[in-house]
Design a protein. Structure first.
Length: 397
């Protein structure tokens, strides 16, 4: 019998005969203290990710600006850690995210707002707060121009025009969707901004999530197009590449690395002399979190061994909403031999509330603890009280 591959171990997450530990803390003991389901975050790992990304851009001699995409994880200790980095701002996509960033200590000019389908209420809030917006519709440009002084700077969000993401599902790609101006609408957007008394001083694009090395050439194509548009704007000072970088979710994953991203940006955007900005969310926090759940049911049905746990897609929506794979490890016996394939299901009364199917795991008994990972991004931030099963617990190490 084989053992479970621990490709995901390292940087604070250890799989040993004594069980799983995170930053030196036993997940079994943390669950006993705080209960389950329980998100556990490593703040040290968040800081390491920031350092890695910062170093990648600095080594290329690029003027750069990092913004953390708050929608990935808004747990206050995580935000405080980002604030403590000093040179990292916030990417916000709603008035309440902007307000939370301000409460956490970020100044208005440290927050980049990129949102779609903005209401007049949204625009009124942002105008009163002096927020800087990246806009992606002629409607928003016209309505924003009526609310802010002439000469106010804005960014234009462009559709990347290619499908890039983790897999081919439309939910994971941002090209040719509702976001951004199409390339052939660029001139109309610039003209509308001028007519509204606004100055376009930055460009923005977001290509997807968890971009793999096989799609790097598409990412470079987008950067080349951005550089061309930037050369047509006399006031441009920043090009924002959005997010897109992610860590592995499976052993076979081969994501674009920060160094490769920075190298491509230096090659295509460096000659412009502009600040290169990016908005990592997943990259900074995903591998910094695990979700600990308790097994409540072990039962065979029609040849399938079902493992039921005390969390569902109200706690972590990744698998149900995006169809993303999740690694699952036994908290007490992470290195035990595989007993056979099982399917792991949540406790929400919906047919799609399934975390994994036919997953090789050790022998599991009711009352055991399992760890779902990585789980630091888009877990608690997308949680709900569906079936009145919430809220979820969170702690930071």
């Amino acid at each position: 019998m084989s053992t479970i591959p621990a490709w995901w171990a390292g940087n604070g997450l250890r799989a040993e005969a004594a069980g799983l530990s995170f930053d030196g803390r036993s997940l079994r003991e943390l669950a006993a203290e705080h209960g389950t389901p329980l998100y556990v975050y490593s703040l040290a790992k968040v800081r390491r990710r920031v350092d890695e990304l910062r170093a990648a851009f600095a080594s290329r001699g690029l003027p750069f600006r990092l913004y953390y995409a708050m929608k990935a994880n808004r747990f206050r200790p995580v935000l405080a850690t980002i604030r403590g980095c000093g040179d990292v701002g916030i990417d916000a996509c709603s008035p309440r995210e902007f307000a939370l960033a301000r409460e956490t200590g970020f100044a208005a000019d440290e927050i980049s707002v990129t949102a779609s389908m903005l209401s007049d209420r949204d625009l009124d809030f942002f105008a009163a707060e002096g927020a800087g917006l990246n806009l992606d519709s002629l409607s928003a440009i016209r309505r924003w121009g009526r609310r802010v002084p002439r000469g106010t700077a804005i960014g234009l969000r462009l559709d990347c025009a290619v499908d890039i993401g983790y897999g081919s599902h439309p939910k994971l790609a941002y090209g040719n969707t509702k976001f951004g101006f199409a390339h052939d609408a660029f001139d109309a957007a610039v003209e509308a901004a001028g007519a509204a008394g606004l100055v376009v001083d930055r460009l923005h694009v977001h290509c997807g999530w968890g971009i793999q090395r096989g799609a790097l050439h598409k990412l470079e194509w987008v950067m080349e197009k951005l550089a061309g548009f930037a050369r047509r704007l006399p006031d441009v000072r920043s090009v924002n590449l959005g997010g897109g970088l992610g860590a592995r979710r499976r052993a076979v994953d081969d994501p674009v690395m920060a160094e490769e991203w920075a190298e491509a940006a230096a090659r295509h955007l460096g000659p412009l002399g502009v600040t290169v900005a990016c908005e990592p969310g997943t990259l900074l926090v995903d591998a910094a979190g695990v979700l600990v759940v308790e097994v409540n049911t072990v039962e065979e049905k029609s040849g399938t061994v079902w493992i039921g746990v005390d969390a569902g897609h109200n706690v972590n929506l990744y698998a149900a909403h995006y169809g993303l794979p999740v690694e699952i490890a036994h908290v007490d016996r992470p290195l035990a031999p595989v007993a056979g394939p099982v399917s792991v299901a949540g406790n929400i009364n919906e047919s799609n509330d399934i975390f994994a199917r036919d997953l090789p795991l050790p022998a599991i008994e009711e009352g055991d603890l399992l760890a779902l990972l990585p789980a630091g991004a888009y877990g608690s931030s997308m949680a709900s009280d569906h079936c009145l099963r919430g809220p979820v617990r969170e702690i930071a190490l």
